[in-house]
Every structure is written in structure tokens, then in C-alpha cells.
Design a protein around this ligand. Structure first.
Ligand code: 9Z3
Length: 309
């Protein structure tokens, strides 16, 4: 049994697994004449106990995934947005928490009825986003599949890949989620809340099997797979990205550094690497690097479909 087979056999699929796959399958059928992208987004939680009180998590807010989803939708793609529950989502990301309260005001209309309306000063921000959202909704071009923890993420990715196995080059996987490299196997996990009376906590985290291996080579051999590589040390970014390409044999790794991920990424192919950058002026004007990434990736997908990438 391979490492990833062992991993899957030690966890049950998530509760909503079958309904999620049915949803993905129906979506693919409806949009079979379009380009479809599966975007993964946000971080995976790694539970420390079966009755989980504590878990290991990471920084990912889901900006890359949710912003990219909007830009793919703008270019006509159908989007399956597989995201960490509670992380940023396309369109909604612009109106979170306190900001939403600042956009609205309570007014009375001519007949004295109390109403909630968008403040005049905010209409220019709200209207274009709402219009885009409504278009996408009426066309049914976006579905959202939530996950919380690492096993659920891996099950859903495998299940989605099985749905795609019949699909061709029109399908893209855009793996922007920050997936944990480490986990505690269920047979080593405490059943109940770990007790502090037992003293300092020593846990041993095992390596998560590299899912890109079966994904690229067995589950979706025809799809256009793009993985992301995150580092904090610039000097190893390109070599690690290239090592992933050599190992898993997909076509493109997008590298980014934690602190500068909103300003710069490096596109790494087997024989080239080049930067995409947003300048401070572009940022001030509201341009997001995710727009540049998606424009580039959409072009490469077209070449991939033609067999020239
Ligand atoms: C990324 O590198 C994403 O760009 C970020 C986006 C997670 C940095 P935010 O959600 O951040 O906008 O706050 N994602 C992939 C990271 C990852 O786990 N890659 C694996 C690796 O590096 C390979 S699939 O080994």
C-alpha cells in the first residue's frame, strides 16, 4: 500500500463527501463546454485530539484563492472554489466584518418607513462587485466546497479529481491552499482533550504524503495542474519549485515568499522562471497581483490545450 493509500484508509471521508461530489459532478456536466478551474484556498487545520479542542493551523487567509476566483470568473471560467470554512470567499471578501457596517446606513423613506441603504459614498465600491456577483450567480458559474481539516481537504481533492478523470485539458487545478506538511496519525492521537496536568506537551508530527504525485500522474493526467510553493527564504524558492516540477511532472509552479506574496510571484516552468510584479502605484490604483497571475495562467492554459505548453 502506498503512503497516500495508507493515509486515506486511516480516515473516513467527511460527512458531506457524497453530496459534495454530486454537486461537483453536476456542475461539471452543466459547464462541460467551458473551461473549468478547481481552486483550493485557505489553510488546513491539523487536529491534535479525536475530540478536537486544539489543532495546528497556519496563516493563510484565502486572499490568493478568493481573489483569483473572481478573476477566473471574469474571463468566463466556471469555478469550483474549495476553501477553508471561514476563510475569504470571492466577492464577499470585499465586505467583511466591521467594513460591512461602515458601508450601510439606516434611513427613513418618504413614507416614514425605516430602511437600510448603502451609503452614497460607498456605492461606487459596492455596485461593481454586486453586479459581477449577480451575473456569476445567475449563470451558475461558481460553486463552493468547504473544508476545515487536513483529511477532509485531501478526501475532497481526491474525490473532485476522480470526477475530473473523465474530463480533458479544459480542466485546471489551481492549488493555492496552504496545506499542512505535518499531521498526527489517528492511531497516535489522544481520544480526549490533552491534559495539562501531564506536564509539557511533546507531540510527534508525521509527514503528510505528497498528494501531487497521484494527483498529477494517476487521477487527472490530462488536466492542467498548477501548484503553489511558499517559502520564507528567497534563496531556495526557485530550486524548490523546480524540484517539485521534476518530481511530480506537472507544468507550472508559482512560487511566492510569505512577506511579499501580494507584490511578487515567480512563475517556474521546467525551462524558465520569470517574475510577475505589482508596483506600488499599481497597488494604490487597486490592481491585485492575482489578476496578473490569472491573466498569465489563462494564456498558458490556452497553450496547454493546444499542446504547445
Ligand atoms: C500559496 O503559496 C499561496 O499563494 C498562499 C496565499 C498560501 C501563500 P493567502 O491565502 O496566502 O492569500 O493568505 N499556497 C501554497 C502553499 C503550499 O502549501 N504549497 C505546498 C508546498 O509549498 C505545495 S502544494 O509544499
Amino acid at each position: 500500500m502506498s503512503q497516500w493509500e495508507k493515509f486515506y484508509s486511516s480516515y473516513p471521508p467527511p460527512n458531506d463527501y457524497n453530496s459534495s461530489l454530486k454537486k461537483i459532478s453536476a456542475f461539471c456536466e452543466i459547464h462541460k463546454d467551458k473551461k473549468i478551474v478547481l481552486i483550493t484556498s485557505g489553510g488546513t487545520a491539523v487536529p491534535l485530539e479525536h475530540n478536537t479542542v486544539r489543532f495546528v493551523d497556519n496563516f493563510s487567509a484565502g486572499t490568493r484563492g478568493s481573489a483569483s476566483a473572481e478573476y477566473f470568473l471574469q474571463t468566463g471560467y466556471a469555478v469550483i472554489f474549495m476553501h477553508r470554512q471561514g476563510s475569504l470567499e470571492p466577492y464577499a471578501r470585499h465586505f467583511k466584518g466591521q467594513e460591512l457596517l461602515e458601508l450601510l446606513e439606516v434611513v427613513q423613506n418618504e413614507t416614514g418607513e425605516t430602511q437600510v441603504k448603502v451609503q452614497d459614498s460607498s456605492i461606487h465600491k459596492v455596485l461593481p462587485i454586486l453586479k459581477m456577483y449577480e451575473t456569476v450567480k445567475s449563470e451558475g458559474r461558481l460553486i463552493k466546497i468547504p473544508f476545515v481539516n487536513l483529511p477532509d481537504y485531501l478526501w475532497l481533492l481526491k474525490g473532485a479529481a476522480e470526477v475530473f478523470s473523465k474530463a480533458g485539458e479544459n480542466v485546471m487545478l489551481y492549488l493555492a491552499a496552504a496545506v499542512s506538511d505535518f499531521y498526527i496519525p489517528p492511531n497516535e492521537m489522544s481520544e480526549h482533550k490533552i491534559q495539562s496536568r501531564d506536564g509539557a506537551l511533546v507531540i510527534s508530527l508525521h509527514l503528510v504524503p505528497k498528494i501531487l504525485q497521484p494527483l498529477v500522474n494517476a487521477w487527472v493526467p490530462n488536466a492542467f495542474v498548477i501548484s503553489f510553493k511558499l517559502e520564507t527564504d528567497e534563496s531556495i524558492l526557485i530550486s524548490k519549485a523546480r524540484a517539485a516540477l521534476e518530481k511530480y511532472k506537472h507544468k507550472l509552479v508559482i512560487g511566492n515568499i510569505l512577506q511579499t506574496r501580494k507584490q511578487r510571484v515567480v512563475m517556474v516552468t521546467t525551462d524558465s522562471s520569470y517574475d510577475l510584479i505589482v508596483t506600488p502605484d499599481e497597488m494604490k490604483a487597486g490592481l491585485e497581483i492575482d489578476k496578473k497571475i490569472v491573466d498569465e495562467v489563462v494564456n498558458l492554459h490556452e497553450l496547454f490545450i493546444k499542446g504547445t505548453f
